[in-house]
Ligand binder design. Structure first.
Ligand SMILES: Cc1cc2nc3c(=O)[nH]c(=O)nc-3n(C[C@H](O)[C@H](O)[C@H](O)COP(=O)(O)OP(=O)(O)OC[C@H]3O[C@@H](n4cnc5c(N)ncnc54)[C@H](O)[C@@H]3O)c2cc1C
Length: 379
Protein backbone atom coordinates (compact mmCIF):
# COMPACT_ATOMS: atom_id res chain seq x y z
CA UNK A 1 0.00 0.00 0.00
CA UNK A 2 1.24 3.53 -0.86
CA UNK A 3 2.73 5.42 2.02
CA UNK A 4 2.47 9.17 1.56
CA UNK A 5 4.87 11.92 2.63
CA UNK A 6 1.92 13.72 4.10
CA UNK A 7 -1.87 13.69 4.28
CA UNK A 8 -3.81 16.93 4.37
CA UNK A 9 -7.37 16.61 5.61
CA UNK A 10 -9.60 19.27 4.04
CA UNK A 11 -9.48 20.66 0.51
CA UNK A 12 -10.79 24.09 1.43
CA UNK A 13 -8.61 27.08 0.64
CA UNK A 14 -6.34 26.40 3.63
CA UNK A 15 -5.70 22.72 2.85
CA UNK A 16 -5.05 23.29 -0.85
CA UNK A 17 -2.65 26.13 -0.12
CA UNK A 18 -0.69 23.93 2.29
CA UNK A 19 -0.59 21.16 -0.34
CA UNK A 20 0.54 23.61 -3.04
CA UNK A 21 3.33 25.08 -0.91
CA UNK A 22 4.52 21.65 0.24
CA UNK A 23 4.57 20.47 -3.36
CA UNK A 24 6.72 23.48 -4.25
CA UNK A 25 9.19 22.38 -1.59
CA UNK A 26 9.49 19.02 -3.36
CA UNK A 27 6.89 16.91 -1.50
CA UNK A 28 5.48 14.95 -4.40
CA UNK A 29 3.69 12.18 -2.49
CA UNK A 30 0.95 14.21 -0.88
CA UNK A 31 -2.63 13.11 -0.35
CA UNK A 32 -5.37 15.70 -0.01
CA UNK A 33 -8.59 14.19 1.36
CA UNK A 34 -11.96 15.91 1.45
CA UNK A 35 -15.31 14.33 2.23
CA UNK A 36 -17.13 16.64 -0.19
CA UNK A 37 -14.48 17.62 -2.74
CA UNK A 38 -12.48 20.79 -3.37
CA UNK A 39 -14.08 23.92 -1.83
CA UNK A 40 -17.12 21.98 -0.61
CA UNK A 41 -16.94 23.53 2.87
CA UNK A 42 -17.08 27.17 3.96
CA UNK A 43 -14.68 28.22 1.22
CA UNK A 44 -17.43 27.42 -1.29
CA UNK A 45 -19.59 30.27 -0.01
CA UNK A 46 -16.79 32.73 0.70
CA UNK A 47 -17.25 35.98 -1.25
CA UNK A 48 -13.45 36.47 -1.47
CA UNK A 49 -12.47 39.65 0.36
CA UNK A 50 -8.78 40.25 1.06
CA UNK A 51 -7.87 43.08 3.41
CA UNK A 52 -4.85 44.29 5.29
CA UNK A 53 -6.64 46.62 7.70
CA UNK A 54 -6.11 44.61 10.86
CA UNK A 55 -5.47 45.48 14.48
CA UNK A 56 -2.72 42.99 15.33
CA UNK A 57 0.77 42.97 13.87
CA UNK A 58 0.68 39.29 12.96
CA UNK A 59 -2.54 39.71 10.95
CA UNK A 60 -1.24 42.84 9.20
CA UNK A 61 1.97 41.04 8.23
CA UNK A 62 0.17 37.90 7.09
CA UNK A 63 -2.46 39.82 5.12
CA UNK A 64 0.18 41.99 3.44
CA UNK A 65 2.05 38.88 2.30
CA UNK A 66 -1.22 37.30 1.16
CA UNK A 67 -2.09 40.37 -0.92
CA UNK A 68 1.29 40.14 -2.63
CA UNK A 69 0.47 36.52 -3.48
CA UNK A 70 -3.05 37.30 -4.72
CA UNK A 71 -1.79 40.17 -6.88
CA UNK A 72 0.36 37.64 -8.73
CA UNK A 73 -1.88 34.61 -8.35
CA UNK A 74 -1.94 33.71 -12.04
CA UNK A 75 1.86 33.63 -12.20
CA UNK A 76 2.00 31.43 -9.09
CA UNK A 77 -0.75 28.95 -9.91
CA UNK A 78 -0.83 29.06 -13.71
CA UNK A 79 -4.55 28.17 -13.73
CA UNK A 80 -6.29 26.97 -16.89
CA UNK A 81 -8.50 30.05 -16.82
CA UNK A 82 -7.23 33.38 -15.53
CA UNK A 83 -8.27 34.15 -11.96
CA UNK A 84 -9.70 37.64 -11.63
CA UNK A 85 -8.22 39.58 -8.74
CA UNK A 86 -8.92 43.26 -8.32
CA UNK A 87 -7.41 45.81 -5.97
CA UNK A 88 -10.74 47.46 -5.24
CA UNK A 89 -9.89 48.54 -1.71
CA UNK A 90 -11.80 48.24 1.56
CA UNK A 91 -13.47 51.30 3.07
CA UNK A 92 -14.58 51.51 6.70
CA UNK A 93 -16.90 54.26 7.86
CA UNK A 94 -16.70 55.60 11.42
CA UNK A 95 -19.70 57.21 13.00
CA UNK A 96 -18.40 58.33 16.41
CA UNK A 97 -15.29 60.03 17.82
CA UNK A 98 -14.75 56.98 20.02
CA UNK A 99 -14.58 54.64 17.03
CA UNK A 100 -12.14 56.99 15.26
CA UNK A 101 -9.91 57.16 18.35
CA UNK A 102 -9.94 53.36 18.65
CA UNK A 103 -9.08 52.86 15.01
CA UNK A 104 -6.20 55.38 14.95
CA UNK A 105 -3.78 52.89 16.52
CA UNK A 106 -4.72 50.26 13.93
CA UNK A 107 -4.00 52.70 11.12
CA UNK A 108 -0.65 53.65 12.69
CA UNK A 109 0.28 49.97 12.98
CA UNK A 110 -0.75 49.31 9.37
CA UNK A 111 1.19 52.32 8.05
CA UNK A 112 4.27 51.31 10.11
CA UNK A 113 4.16 47.92 8.39
CA UNK A 114 3.90 49.48 4.93
CA UNK A 115 0.14 49.11 4.45
CA UNK A 116 -1.10 52.30 2.76
CA UNK A 117 -4.29 52.86 4.80
CA UNK A 118 -5.46 56.48 4.74
CA UNK A 119 -8.16 58.44 6.51
CA UNK A 120 -10.68 60.18 4.25
CA UNK A 121 -13.16 62.90 4.99
CA UNK A 122 -16.76 62.07 3.99
CA UNK A 123 -16.26 64.27 0.92
CA UNK A 124 -13.11 62.38 -0.13
CA UNK A 125 -14.84 59.04 0.56
CA UNK A 126 -17.69 60.08 -1.76
CA UNK A 127 -15.21 60.41 -4.62
CA UNK A 128 -14.50 56.66 -4.27
CA UNK A 129 -18.06 55.62 -3.35
CA UNK A 130 -20.35 58.08 -5.15
CA UNK A 131 -23.75 58.24 -3.46
CA UNK A 132 -22.50 57.46 0.04
CA UNK A 133 -24.39 59.60 2.58
CA UNK A 134 -21.73 62.05 3.72
CA UNK A 135 -23.81 63.10 6.71
CA UNK A 136 -24.02 59.55 8.05
CA UNK A 137 -20.39 59.20 9.14
CA UNK A 138 -17.51 61.32 10.41
CA UNK A 139 -14.45 59.72 8.83
CA UNK A 140 -13.54 56.77 6.62
CA UNK A 141 -10.43 54.64 6.44
CA UNK A 142 -9.47 53.28 3.06
CA UNK A 143 -6.75 50.95 1.87
CA UNK A 144 -6.55 50.93 -1.90
CA UNK A 145 -4.43 47.77 -2.08
CA UNK A 146 -7.02 45.65 -0.26
CA UNK A 147 -8.64 43.45 -2.82
CA UNK A 148 -11.20 40.95 -3.92
CA UNK A 149 -11.44 37.67 -5.82
CA UNK A 150 -14.96 37.05 -6.97
CA UNK A 151 -14.62 33.33 -7.33
CA UNK A 152 -13.30 31.49 -4.29
CA UNK A 153 -13.99 28.11 -5.91
CA UNK A 154 -11.81 28.93 -8.92
CA UNK A 155 -8.94 30.04 -6.66
CA UNK A 156 -9.20 26.89 -4.54
CA UNK A 157 -9.29 24.64 -7.58
CA UNK A 158 -6.31 26.58 -8.95
CA UNK A 159 -4.23 25.73 -5.86
CA UNK A 160 -5.34 22.08 -5.99
CA UNK A 161 -4.50 21.77 -9.70
CA UNK A 162 -1.06 23.34 -9.18
CA UNK A 163 -0.34 20.84 -6.37
CA UNK A 164 -1.60 17.96 -8.56
CA UNK A 165 0.75 18.96 -11.37
CA UNK A 166 3.61 18.46 -8.89
CA UNK A 167 2.38 14.99 -7.96
CA UNK A 168 -0.25 15.51 -5.24
CA UNK A 169 -3.35 13.31 -5.23
CA UNK A 170 -6.80 14.60 -4.31
CA UNK A 171 -9.51 12.16 -3.21
CA UNK A 172 -13.07 12.29 -1.90
CA UNK A 173 -13.35 10.43 1.38
CA UNK A 174 -14.10 11.11 4.99
CA UNK A 175 -11.39 10.88 7.59
CA UNK A 176 -12.78 9.16 10.66
CA UNK A 177 -9.69 9.44 12.83
CA UNK A 178 -6.02 10.24 13.05
CA UNK A 179 -3.99 7.06 13.54
CA UNK A 180 -1.30 7.02 16.21
CA UNK A 181 1.41 4.68 17.39
CA UNK A 182 2.29 5.88 20.84
CA UNK A 183 2.77 9.63 20.49
CA UNK A 184 3.49 9.47 16.76
CA UNK A 185 0.95 9.99 13.99
CA UNK A 186 1.04 7.23 11.39
CA UNK A 187 -1.81 8.21 9.06
CA UNK A 188 -5.59 8.36 8.99
CA UNK A 189 -8.55 6.01 9.06
CA UNK A 190 -10.94 6.80 6.22
CA UNK A 191 -14.56 5.85 5.65
CA UNK A 192 -14.19 4.27 2.18
CA UNK A 193 -10.52 3.31 1.89
CA UNK A 194 -9.64 2.19 5.39
CA UNK A 195 -6.21 3.07 6.76
CA UNK A 196 -3.87 5.33 4.79
CA UNK A 197 -0.36 5.88 6.09
CA UNK A 198 1.90 8.92 5.94
CA UNK A 199 4.82 10.59 7.71
CA UNK A 200 2.67 13.54 8.78
CA UNK A 201 -0.97 14.58 8.87
CA UNK A 202 -2.25 18.14 8.59
CA UNK A 203 -5.65 19.01 10.01
CA UNK A 204 -7.12 21.69 7.72
CA UNK A 205 -10.66 20.40 8.10
CA UNK A 206 -12.39 23.73 8.80
CA UNK A 207 -15.68 23.08 10.56
CA UNK A 208 -14.68 19.40 10.93
CA UNK A 209 -11.30 20.20 12.50
CA UNK A 210 -12.42 20.11 16.13
CA UNK A 211 -13.91 16.64 15.77
CA UNK A 212 -10.88 15.38 13.88
CA UNK A 213 -8.40 16.80 16.40
CA UNK A 214 -10.31 15.08 19.21
CA UNK A 215 -9.45 11.68 17.66
CA UNK A 216 -5.79 12.51 18.36
CA UNK A 217 -6.63 13.60 21.90
CA UNK A 218 -6.46 17.33 21.06
CA UNK A 219 -9.11 19.66 22.41
CA UNK A 220 -9.43 22.63 20.06
CA UNK A 221 -11.00 25.77 21.56
CA UNK A 222 -13.18 26.41 18.52
CA UNK A 223 -16.78 27.52 18.52
CA UNK A 224 -19.13 28.01 15.59
CA UNK A 225 -20.81 31.32 14.72
CA UNK A 226 -23.44 31.81 12.03
CA UNK A 227 -22.81 34.54 9.43
CA UNK A 228 -25.34 35.40 6.75
CA UNK A 229 -24.81 36.95 3.38
CA UNK A 230 -27.57 38.59 1.42
CA UNK A 231 -27.56 38.76 -2.37
CA UNK A 232 -29.44 41.25 -4.54
CA UNK A 233 -30.54 41.17 -8.15
CA UNK A 234 -28.00 41.92 -10.85
CA UNK A 235 -27.49 45.65 -11.37
CA UNK A 236 -26.14 46.85 -14.72
CA UNK A 237 -24.73 50.06 -13.31
CA UNK A 238 -21.59 49.88 -11.17
CA UNK A 239 -22.81 51.14 -7.81
CA UNK A 240 -19.97 50.41 -5.43
CA UNK A 241 -16.44 49.18 -6.04
CA UNK A 242 -14.67 48.90 -2.66
CA UNK A 243 -15.94 46.63 0.08
CA UNK A 244 -17.80 49.08 2.32
CA UNK A 245 -17.95 48.21 6.01
CA UNK A 246 -19.29 49.87 9.12
CA UNK A 247 -18.24 48.08 12.32
CA UNK A 248 -20.57 50.26 14.37
CA UNK A 249 -23.65 49.64 12.22
CA UNK A 250 -22.72 46.01 11.59
CA UNK A 251 -22.96 46.45 7.84
CA UNK A 252 -20.88 45.27 4.88
CA UNK A 253 -21.55 45.54 1.14
CA UNK A 254 -19.79 44.99 -2.17
CA UNK A 255 -20.86 44.73 -5.79
CA UNK A 256 -19.49 41.60 -7.41
CA UNK A 257 -18.17 41.63 -10.96
CA UNK A 258 -21.42 40.17 -12.35
CA UNK A 259 -23.38 43.14 -10.95
CA UNK A 260 -24.95 41.36 -7.95
CA UNK A 261 -24.41 43.10 -4.62
CA UNK A 262 -23.68 41.05 -1.55
CA UNK A 263 -24.38 42.45 1.86
CA UNK A 264 -24.37 41.47 5.43
CA UNK A 265 -25.89 42.72 8.62
CA UNK A 266 -23.65 41.73 11.49
CA UNK A 267 -25.66 43.12 14.35
CA UNK A 268 -25.51 41.21 17.61
CA UNK A 269 -29.02 39.91 17.35
CA UNK A 270 -28.48 38.62 13.80
CA UNK A 271 -28.81 34.98 14.80
CA UNK A 272 -32.29 35.53 16.18
CA UNK A 273 -33.59 37.34 13.10
CA UNK A 274 -35.87 35.59 10.67
CA UNK A 275 -34.90 35.71 7.01
CA UNK A 276 -37.35 38.56 6.40
CA UNK A 277 -36.17 40.53 9.45
CA UNK A 278 -32.56 40.05 8.41
CA UNK A 279 -33.24 41.43 4.92
CA UNK A 280 -35.13 44.39 6.40
CA UNK A 281 -32.36 45.15 8.88
CA UNK A 282 -29.60 44.90 6.24
CA UNK A 283 -31.61 47.17 3.94
CA UNK A 284 -32.31 49.66 6.73
CA UNK A 285 -28.70 50.05 7.95
CA UNK A 286 -27.35 49.82 4.41
CA UNK A 287 -29.53 52.64 3.13
CA UNK A 288 -28.54 54.86 6.07
CA UNK A 289 -24.96 54.78 4.80
CA UNK A 290 -25.47 54.14 1.11
CA UNK A 291 -28.87 55.39 -0.16
CA UNK A 292 -28.42 54.04 -3.73
CA UNK A 293 -29.35 50.65 -2.24
CA UNK A 294 -32.93 51.82 -2.74
CA UNK A 295 -32.50 50.66 -6.34
CA UNK A 296 -31.76 47.01 -5.53
CA UNK A 297 -33.94 44.02 -4.75
CA UNK A 298 -32.89 42.01 -1.72
CA UNK A 299 -33.32 38.47 -2.98
CA UNK A 300 -31.69 35.48 -1.32
CA UNK A 301 -29.41 34.84 1.59
CA UNK A 302 -26.89 32.15 2.48
CA UNK A 303 -26.06 31.03 5.99
CA UNK A 304 -22.38 30.38 6.59
CA UNK A 305 -20.41 29.53 9.70
CA UNK A 306 -17.21 30.92 11.20
CA UNK A 307 -14.92 28.48 13.03
CA UNK A 308 -13.90 30.96 15.70
CA UNK A 309 -11.28 30.84 18.42
CA UNK A 310 -11.47 32.80 21.71
CA UNK A 311 -9.13 35.54 20.35
CA UNK A 312 -10.42 35.37 16.75
CA UNK A 313 -7.04 34.24 15.45
CA UNK A 314 -6.18 31.05 13.60
CA UNK A 315 -4.43 28.17 15.37
CA UNK A 316 -1.34 27.20 13.40
CA UNK A 317 1.52 24.76 13.82
CA UNK A 318 2.29 21.50 15.56
CA UNK A 319 1.01 20.16 18.87
CA UNK A 320 3.22 19.24 21.81
CA UNK A 321 3.26 15.50 22.37
CA UNK A 322 1.61 14.56 19.04
CA UNK A 323 4.51 14.00 16.69
CA UNK A 324 3.82 14.35 12.97
CA UNK A 325 0.53 16.19 13.49
CA UNK A 326 0.04 19.78 12.28
CA UNK A 327 -2.99 22.02 12.20
CA UNK A 328 -4.25 25.14 10.42
CA UNK A 329 -7.66 25.63 11.97
CA UNK A 330 -9.97 28.17 13.64
CA UNK A 331 -9.82 30.68 10.79
CA UNK A 332 -12.33 32.96 12.59
CA UNK A 333 -13.73 34.43 9.37
CA UNK A 334 -10.52 35.38 7.57
CA UNK A 335 -9.16 32.09 6.30
CA UNK A 336 -9.58 32.84 2.63
CA UNK A 337 -7.42 35.94 2.61
CA UNK A 338 -4.74 34.46 4.87
CA UNK A 339 -4.56 31.08 3.11
CA UNK A 340 -1.58 31.81 0.82
CA UNK A 341 0.70 32.77 3.70
CA UNK A 342 -0.71 30.12 6.02
CA UNK A 343 0.11 27.53 3.37
CA UNK A 344 3.60 28.88 2.91
CA UNK A 345 4.44 29.13 6.61
CA UNK A 346 2.96 25.73 7.48
CA UNK A 347 4.87 24.08 4.62
CA UNK A 348 8.12 25.69 5.83
CA UNK A 349 7.44 24.57 9.39
CA UNK A 350 6.78 20.98 8.30
CA UNK A 351 9.96 21.08 6.21
CA UNK A 352 11.98 22.33 9.18
CA UNK A 353 12.64 25.72 7.58
CA UNK A 354 12.31 29.13 9.22
CA UNK A 355 8.99 30.56 7.93
CA UNK A 356 9.12 34.03 6.32
CA UNK A 357 6.71 35.25 9.02
CA UNK A 358 7.07 34.16 12.62
CA UNK A 359 3.76 32.43 13.36
CA UNK A 360 4.71 31.09 16.80
CA UNK A 361 2.28 33.52 18.48
CA UNK A 362 -0.56 31.61 16.74
CA UNK A 363 0.50 28.25 18.18
CA UNK A 364 -2.11 26.39 20.23
CA UNK A 365 0.04 26.78 23.35
CA UNK A 366 -1.15 30.39 23.64
CA UNK A 367 -4.36 29.13 25.23
CA UNK A 368 -2.67 27.21 28.03
CA UNK A 369 -0.02 29.92 28.50
CA UNK A 370 -2.70 32.62 28.67
CA UNK A 371 -1.11 34.52 25.77
CA UNK A 372 -4.23 35.19 23.74
CA UNK A 373 -3.77 37.69 20.94
CA UNK A 374 -7.13 39.40 20.54
CA UNK A 375 -7.88 40.65 17.04
CA UNK A 376 -10.20 43.66 17.36
CA UNK A 377 -11.07 44.06 13.65
CA UNK A 378 -13.12 40.95 12.97
CA UNK A 379 -16.13 41.58 10.76
C1 LIG B 1 -20.42 34.49 5.27
C2 LIG B 1 -18.93 34.36 5.25
C3 LIG B 1 -18.16 35.32 4.61
C4 LIG B 1 -16.76 35.21 4.61
N1 LIG B 1 -16.02 36.15 3.94
C5 LIG B 1 -14.67 36.03 3.93
C6 LIG B 1 -13.88 36.95 3.22
O1 LIG B 1 -14.39 37.86 2.56
N2 LIG B 1 -12.53 36.81 3.26
C7 LIG B 1 -11.94 35.81 3.97
O2 LIG B 1 -10.71 35.74 4.02
N3 LIG B 1 -12.66 34.90 4.62
C8 LIG B 1 -14.01 34.99 4.63
N4 LIG B 1 -14.76 34.06 5.28
C9 LIG B 1 -14.07 32.98 5.99
C10 LIG B 1 -13.53 31.96 5.00
O3 LIG B 1 -14.54 31.58 4.10
C11 LIG B 1 -13.03 30.75 5.79
O4 LIG B 1 -12.18 31.17 6.86
C12 LIG B 1 -12.24 29.82 4.89
O5 LIG B 1 -12.95 29.53 3.71
C13 LIG B 1 -11.95 28.55 5.67
O6 LIG B 1 -11.24 27.68 4.85
P1 LIG B 1 -10.84 26.26 5.39
O7 LIG B 1 -10.06 25.62 4.32
O8 LIG B 1 -10.25 26.40 6.74
O9 LIG B 1 -12.23 25.51 5.66
P2 LIG B 1 -13.26 24.87 4.63
O10 LIG B 1 -13.41 25.61 3.39
O11 LIG B 1 -14.53 24.58 5.40
O12 LIG B 1 -12.53 23.50 4.25
C14 LIG B 1 -12.47 22.43 5.13
C15 LIG B 1 -12.75 21.18 4.33
O13 LIG B 1 -12.56 20.04 5.17
C16 LIG B 1 -13.47 19.05 4.78
N5 LIG B 1 -13.61 18.14 5.92
C17 LIG B 1 -14.04 18.45 7.17
N6 LIG B 1 -13.97 17.37 7.97
C18 LIG B 1 -13.48 16.36 7.20
C19 LIG B 1 -13.19 14.99 7.45
N7 LIG B 1 -13.37 14.45 8.65
N8 LIG B 1 -12.73 14.23 6.42
C20 LIG B 1 -12.52 14.77 5.19
N9 LIG B 1 -12.80 16.07 4.90
C21 LIG B 1 -13.25 16.84 5.89
C22 LIG B 1 -14.74 19.80 4.42
O14 LIG B 1 -15.52 19.06 3.52
C23 LIG B 1 -14.19 21.10 3.82
O15 LIG B 1 -14.18 21.06 2.40
C24 LIG B 1 -16.14 34.12 5.26
C25 LIG B 1 -16.92 33.15 5.89
C26 LIG B 1 -18.31 33.25 5.88
C27 LIG B 1 -19.11 32.20 6.56
Amino acid sequence: MTKYDGIIVGAGIVGVSIAYHLSKLGYSKLLLIDKGGVASGITGICPGGIRQQWGTEINCRMAKAAVQFYENINTHLEPEETIGYSSVGYMYTFHSEEAIENYKKNKELQNKLGIPTEFLTPEQAAEIVPGIDQESFKLASYCKTDGFVDDAYHVTQGFADAAKRRGATVINDEVKKVLMEGQRVTGVQTKKRGEIHADFVVNAAGLGSKELAATAGINLPISFETRRILYTNRIEKRLIEPLLISFEKGFAAKQLSDGVLYMSYLGESEKKLSSFEFKMKAAEVGMEIFPPLEQVEFRTHTDGVYDSTPDHQAILGDVDGVEGYYQAVGMSGHGFMMAPIIGETLADLIDGKEPSIDIRSLHMNRFKEDKLLFEPSVV
